[in-house]
Design a protein around this ligand. Structure first.
Ligand code: PMM
Length: 301
């Protein structure tokens, strides 16, 4: 069973948390740039909270396989106003960035979590920033930038190697002054993991082994290629936006296996799923402890 963890500045709901995604990018593979305009991104973030998101993850740089980097000033221009406005509304905001400068400005604007898909490898200044700011930090398994990351998906034992590489990165961050209590780990589904070699499914099947690292685990499989491949038919891979029922199934299983949080595009279905998983595992005891809001139910049985 996963140990309980409380992260600085983040809610503790006694269940798996739901992180809703707001990609302020013109080219995200999973939502096709729908929230590129800051006003629409803010509206979307608030809608995700109304649908049950506990955290909203704001990103300004696409990390889809093959993507090229955007300049730092452009990334900042995209994310800063969105982070600021959502934080002003009391939302627990995460910033999805590999750059210390973007992380720093976002924390100043109110972000309470830095979500770094490079695990501190893309920017040597990241560790110092995380240490000095004291914010929670998602350290994801990463082997290189998106333009050629799939060529690095070479493993003898994917679960063992991902765990070992995460441990190394965690130790490097701690040596640079980061408090272990700030750290969340993420196996990095889809990043240097090949859908045709079942790397992602092997990591999910052995999710419990990540608890040996002693830190909370984030699972981010929403609308990824390995799901669209699993659901493929005569027409080819299932379109990403039609993978939300599968994502909710992944959420239920991840929550049941002790994930601290899931990162998803369709929040409503995963918000329902984490509540089902929690009620299932405690036999509904959370209802009496007020873990779920009590609303009048009319006409039900
Ligand atoms: N995947 C994407 C972006 N950010 N952050 C974390 N921690 N883990 C992930 O697997 C992850 C991430 C992929 O991009 P998308 O938002 O367009 O799906």
């Amino acid at each position: 069973m996963a140990p309980k963890h409380t992260l600085p500045g983040l809610p503790d709901k006694g269940r798996c948390l739901v992180m809703g995604v707001v990609n302020v990018t013109p080219d995200s593979f999973s939502d096709g740039g729908a929230w590129f305009d800051p006003e629409r991104a803010i509206e979307h973030g608030l809608r995700l909270v109304a649908e049950g998101a506990d955290i909203v993850d704001v990103g300004g740089e696409s990390t889809r396989p093959g993507a090229q980097r955007v300049p730092a000033d452009e990334e900042l221009r995209r994310v800063e106003p969105v982070v600021r406005e959502l934080a002003a509304h009391g939302v627990a905001v995460s910033v999805d960035t590999m750059r210390a400068e973007v992380a720093e400005r976002s924390v100043e604007a109110g972000a309470v979590l830095v979500n770094d898909v490079s695990g501190g490898l893309a920017d040597p200044a990241m560790a110092r920033l995380v240490a000095s700011s004291g914010v929670a930090y998602v350290l994801m398994h990463w082997r290189g930038h998106s333009h050629d990351m799939q060529s690095r998906a070479v493993y003898t034992d994917v679960v063992r190697e991902v765990i070992d590489e995460l441990r190394d990165r965690m130790e490097a961050m701690i040596s640079a002054g980061v408090d272990p209590d700030q750290i969340v780990l993420d196996p990095g589904l889809g990043f240097s993991k090949r859908p045709e070699q079942a790397h992602n499914w092997a990591l999910l099947r052995h999710l419990d082994r990540f608890h040996e690292l002693g830190r909370p685990v984030l699972v981010a499989g929403s609308r990824k290629r390995f799901l669209s491949r699993l659901l493929s038919g005569a027409e080819g891979d299932r379109p990403f936006v039609e993978c939300d029922a599968a994502t909710a199934a992944l959420t239920t299983l991840s929550a049941d296996r002790g994930a601290w949080a899931v990162r998803v595009h369709d929040v409503r279905s995963s918000a329902d799923a984490v509540r089902v998983a929690a009620a299932w595992s405690d036999g509904g005891a959370g209802l009496d402890e007020g873990r779920f809001p009590r609303t009048a139910v009319r006409g039900g049985r």
